[in-house]
Design a protein around this ligand. Structure first.
Ligand SMILES: Nc1ncnc2c1ncn2[C@@H]1O[C@H](COP(=O)(O)OP(=O)(O)OP(=O)(O)O)[C@@H](O)[C@H]1O
Length: 541
C-alpha cells in the first residue's frame, strides 16, 4: 500500500480500527448467511423440515444484522475519510506555506486549488475507499474460504489456486494506470486554471464585448480534461473487463468441480449452494481486491506531486528584530531567466532608516524586482543583501517580511469586519487601534459607519474606496510595528487627490522608511524624497 495512505490511516488509527471492527462483523454475518443457505438446502433434501426452518431463521437474522452493519460502516467510513482528507489538505497547505516565494509562484493558485479539491477527492475515492474495500474483501474471502473448507478441503485448495491466477493477471495494468492517472490530474489542474482565468476575466471580456469567450474557453478546457479522463477510464474499463472475465471462468470451474463431487457423493447436495455462494464470494472478493489495488495505484503520483514542492531550508537562519540602521544591496545581479540579459547588474543601494526613496523608470525595467529582492521574496541573486548588517541568507524569511508593509495597486481585503481587517485577529487594545486609525487617516471613515469597526468589509473590499483600502493595509502593518513601507505603484489607480493625500501621509511620517516605485512622481512628493533612483542605474550602460 502507498506509504502516504498508510501514514494517514495511522494518524487516525482509533477511528480506522473502529471501521475495521465493523467490517469484520459484517463479513462474518454475510458468511453466516451463506452457510445458512447451504445447510437449509441440505436439510430440505434430507427431509429435515424443522432444521430447514432454523437455518432460514439464522439466514434472516444474520442478514438483518448485516444491513444494520452496512449503515454503521457507511457512517464510520465517511467520518474517517473526512478526517484524513482534512489532514491531507492541512499537510499540502503547510508545505505550500513553507515553500519559497519563487516556487509558490511557479504555478497558478488554481493549480493548488485543484490539488486541494480534485486531487484530494481522487485520493479519497481511489485510495481510502479502496483500502476499506480491500479490508472488507479480505475478511469476506477469508471467512468464505473457511466455510468452504468445512465442506471439503479440495474445494478450498482449488479456490486458492484459482485465486493466485486472479492475482497475477491484472498486474499487467498497474504501470499504464499510474501514467494515465497522472495525466488526468494534470488535466484537472489545467481545467481549473483555465476556468478560473476566464471567470476572473469576466469584466475584461465584458468591456471587450467578448463574453462568448467565457463559453468557448470553458468548453475547450473541458474537452481537454475530458480526453484525459476518458483515456484513463478506457484503461479502467479494459482492466475491469479482464478481471471480471477471469473471475467468471474461475467460478464456472468451481461449479464443475462441485457438481462432480456431489455426483460422486463426496459432498452433500447443499455444497452446490455453498460452492456457488462462497467460491463466487471468493472470486468476486479477489476481483474486488485486484481492482482496488489497481485503483490505489492512481494515488501514488498525486502524493509524489505534493511531495515535490520543495520546503524552504531555514537551517542556520535566525530571526531579525526591529529595524535599526539600513537595508543594503551590494553589487546585486539578478535575472529571472539565465538566458536573457540581467534585470540588475552589480547594483548597489542603501535604504537608511527613516529615509524616503523613489524608484522611477520605464515599465518593465525592474523596479518591482528591486522591492521583491529587498523583501526577500527573490533569493536566487548574486551579490549581498543586508538587513542591519546581517546577510539575508542568515535571516529567516518570515522575520524579514514582518518588518515591511507592502502596498500595491490591489490591496487585499478579507470578507470580515473592518476591525479584523486591521488587526488580523490579534488582540490590540482599543487605544492602540484608535491611534493607528488616526495616524493613517481613517478616523472619519470609521465615525461615518453606523457599525463603526464592526462593519463588514464586502468581498474584495467593494464597500471601501481604493484609497481607504490602502490606508487599511498600511494600518495593518503599523499595528504590527512595521516601520518599512514599500509602495509598488500603490496609488496608480487612485484619483489624483487621494493619491497625493496617501503618498504625503506616508512620506511625511518621520518614523517610516519608504521605498516608492512610481511612474508619476508628483513634485510635492519628490521634494520629500531623500533620494530618487532611476532604473537606468540598475544595469551599467
Ligand atoms: N516572475 C517573473 N518571471 C519572469 N520574468 C519576470 C517576472 N517578474 C517580472 N519579470 C520580468 O522582469 C522585468 C522587470 O519586471 P518588473 O516588474 O520588476 O518591472 P517594473 O519596472 O516594476 O515594471 P512596471 O513599472 O511595469 O511595474 C520585466 O521584463 C518582466 O517581464
Amino acid at each position: 500500500m502507498n506509504k502516504n495512505l498508510r501514514h494517514y490511516l495511522w494518524e487516525f488509527k482509533g477511528q480506522n480500527c473502529l471501521l475495521v471492527i465493523i467490517l469484520f462483523f459484517n463479513a462474518l454475518l454475510i458468511t453466516l448467511n451463506g452457510l445458512g443457505s447451504a445447510n437449509a438446502l441440505t436439510a430440505l433434501v434430507a427431509g429435515k423440515f424443522t432444521a430447514f426452518i432454523w437455518w432460514v431463521i439464522v439466514m434472516t437474522g444474520s442478514y438483518a444484522l448485516f444491513c444494520f452493519g452496512l449503515f454503521l460502516q457507511q457512517y464510520q467510513y465517511s467520518r474517517c475519510c473526512q478526517l484524513m482528507n482534512t489532514a491531507i489538505r492541512r499537510d499540502v497547505t503547510a508545505r505550500l506555506s513553507n515553500t519559497t516565494y519563487e516556487t509558490y509562484h511557479s504555478q497558478s493558485s488554481s493549480v493548488y486549488a485543484s490539488w486541494l479539491t480534485n486531487d484530494v477527492t481522487t485520493i479519497d475515492q481511489m485510495g481510502f475507499y479502496n483500502v476499506m474495500d480491500i479490508v472488507t474483501q479480505v475478511f469476506t474471502v477469508a471467512f468464505a474460504a473457511i466455510a468452504l473448507a468445512t465442506f471439503h478441503y479440495i474445494l478450498l485448495l482449488t479456490t486458492l489456486v484459482l485465486a493466485v491466477v486472479m492475482y497475477l493477471v491484472p498486474k499487467v495494468f498497474t504501470k499504464p494506470v499510474q501514467r494515465r492517472s497522472l495525466a488526468m490530474t494534470h488535466a484537472n489542474e489545467r481545467l481549473m486554471n483555465r476556468i478560473s482565468d476566464v471567470l476572473t476575466g469576466f469584466d475584461a471580456l465584458n468591456l471587450l464585448n467578448l463574453r462568448k469567450l467565457l463559453v468557448q474557453r470553458t468548453v475547450a478546457a473541458s474537452q481537454d480534461a475530458a480526453t484525459h479522463i476518458n483515456a484513463w477510464q478506457w484503461l479502467n474499463g479494459v482492466t475491469s473487463g479482464v478481471i471480471n472475465g477471469v473471475s467468471g471462468l474461475c467460478q464456472n470451474t468451481m461449479l464443475l468441480l462441485t457438481g462432480f463431487m456431489v455426483w460422486r457423493h463426496l459432498v452433500p447436495i447443499g455444497t452446490i449452494n455453498a460452492s456457488l455462494n462462497f467460491a463466487g464470494t471468493i472470486f468476486a472478493g479477489m476481483t474486488g481486491i485486484m481492482t482496488s489495488v489497481m485503483d490505489m495505484a492512481s494515488v501514488a503520483p498525486i502524493f509524489e506531486k505534493f511531495a515535490a514542492v520543495p520546503v524552504r531550508d531555514t537551517a542556520g537562519q535566525v530571526p531579525v528584530g526591529r529595524f535599526h540602521t539600513a537595508l543594503q544591496m551590494q553589487d546585486v545581479t539578478f535575472t529571472y531567466d539565465p538566458n536573457s540579459r540581467p534585470i540588475l547588474q552589480d547594483f548597489s543601494l542603501t535604504v537608511a532608516k527613516g529615509q524616503k526613496y523613489a524608484l522611477i523608470g520605464p515599465s518593465g525595467s525592474g523596479k518591482s524586482t528591486v522591492l521583491n529582492l529587498l523583501i526577500g521574496n527573490l533569493t536566487d541573486y548574486q551579490g549581498i543583501l543586508r538587513y542591519d548588517q546581517t546577510n539575508y541568507q542568515h535571516i529567516t524569511p518570515d522575520s524579514l517580511i514582518n518588518q515591511v508593509t507592502y502596498l500595491d495597486q490591489t490591496p487585499f481585503m478579507f470578507n470580515d469586519t473592518l476591525k479584523n481587517n486591521l488587526t488580523m485577529g490579534e488582540p490590540y487594545s482599543d487605544e492602540t487601534i484608535t491611534a493607528v486609525i488616526q495616524r493613517v487617516g481613517l478616523t472619519d471613515l470609521v465615525a461615518s459607519l453606523p457599525q463603526g469597526l464592526a462593519t463588514m468589509v464586502e468581498k474584495d473590499g467593494r464597500n471601501l474606496s481604493g484609497g481607504q483600502k490602502q490606508r487599511v493595509v498600511l494600518a495593518r502593518g503599523l499595528l504590527q510595528g512595521r516601520q518599512i513601507v514599500f509602495m509598488d505603484e500603490s496609488t496608480a489607480s487612485l484619483d489624483p487627490a487621494s493619491a497625493q493625500a496617501i503618498e504625503e501621509m506616508i512620506v511625511t511620517d518621520p518614523h517610516l522608511t519608504v521605498v516608492m516605485v512610481t511612474h508619476h512622481l508628483r513634485p510635492t512628493i519628490a521634494q520629500q524624497m531623500d533620494c530618487v533612483i532611476d532604473s537606468a542605474e540598475f544595469v551599467p550602460a
